[in-house]
Design a protein around this ligand. Structure first.
Ligand SMILES: Cc1cc2nc3c(=O)[nH]c(=O)nc-3n(C[C@H](O)[C@H](O)[C@H](O)COP(=O)(O)OP(=O)(O)OC[C@H]3O[C@@H](n4cnc5c(N)ncnc54)[C@H](O)[C@@H]3O)c2cc1C
Length: 274
């Protein structure tokens, strides 16, 4: 089973700072890590490899320093790492990013048939959760998002069965392989890197780097700013919300609680008195 995992380098902070002039994230002084969901994606691939054999390839699109994410993936046990990097890819929005990553997966597929692609649910910086579904659409693969459990994956029968995390419940779905999954953190617990894998990561010299010219049919119009129809007008942290108020007694005396709520809404002229 050949599994490809997409892993993104993100700033290690929940304190997003934004440059108000340029409307971009301030990355200086902020250390980078592997997107946490992607670490779970790599682990999910390793669990499948342990069960069915095969190989795990991790790809990341980004500037040269994104190679650190690939080294991390190697320390988790990945077999191969590819950095997709070119100045022509800079400024890509999610449409262009999913195009470039899908081209890289096609190239890998030509070398060794890809059975499964695993992405994180979302990246903690961009936060759009669009790239996984974008790749699946371009590769015409079934997409199974918010996967919290891989119930069964059968490379012989070319089928996968998963549980998707829904609000307060789960959904069981089956799809033919090759397919693309996006995973949530519930899917597994991350294990510590084993000593042999840590040595492998320490010896990992350089990832293969694929630039625009390494692809036979990369459409220049779909790359970077040219291929990115998204225009960011303004980016800002959401304003702090006022503390909410809980009207007590809703379970015991719902009519009384509802009456208290109506009184408050009328007083604040949110609804009219009647
Ligand atoms: C107009 C515009 C210009 C931009 N310019 C830049 C820029 O110059 N530099 C820059 O860094 N960002 C730039 N961005 C942000 C960039 O579009 C997103 O970071 C990127 O498309 C991924 O989207 P996301 O972070 O929302 O990922 P999500 O869709 O939330 O990610 C979901 C999953 O997809 C996979 N994934 C996502 N991105 C990658 C990746 N790069 N490599 C491997 N796997 C990945 C991971 O598995 C991840 O868990 C720009 C955005 C816009 C709108």
């Amino acid at each position: 089973m050949h599994i490809v995992v997409c892993a993104k380098q993100v700033p290690d902070t929940s304190e997003v700072r934004i440059d108000p002039e340029t409307n971009t994230l301030i990355r200086e002084g902020v250390p980078s890590i592997m997107n946490p969901y992607d670490a779970h994606a790599v682990e999910a691939a390793m669990v499948l490899k342990d069960k069915y054999g095969g190989s795990v390839t991790v790809i990341s699109m980004g500037p040269p320093q994104s190679e650190e994410v690939l080294r991390k993936a190697i320390s988790f046990g990945a077999d191969r790492a590819v950095l997709v990097s070119d100045r022509a890819f800079g400024g890509s929005d999610t449409l262009a990013t999913s195009y470039i990553l899908s081209q890289a997966i096609k190239k890998l597929d030509q070398e060794e048939q890809v059975d499964l692609v695993i992405c994180g649910k979302q990246a903690i910086d961009g936060d759009t959760a669009q790239v996984g579904p974008g790749i699946a659409t371009r590769l015409e693969m079934p997409q199974l998002t918010y996967v919290m459990e891989i119930i069964d994956a059968n490379p012989e029968e070319k089928k996968i069965k998963v549980a998707r995390k829904l609000e307060g419940s789960k959904e069981i779905l089956e799809a033919p392989l090759p397919a693309l999954l996006t995973v949530v953190k519930d899917i597994n617990d991350l294990r510590y890197a084993s000593l042999p894998n840590m040595i492998k990561a320490a010896r990992f010299d350089k990832a293969a780097v694929w630039g625009k010219n390494d692809f036979d049919d990369m459409d220049s119009e779909q790359l970077g700013l040219k291929g990115s129809p998204t225009a960011v007008r303004r980016i800002f942290p959401p304003p702090d919300r006022d503390e909410g108020e809980i009207i007590p007694g809703g379970m015991e005396e719902p009519e009384k609680a509802a009456a208290a709520l109506v009184e408050k809404l009328v007083k604040q002229e949110i609804i009219a008195d009647w």
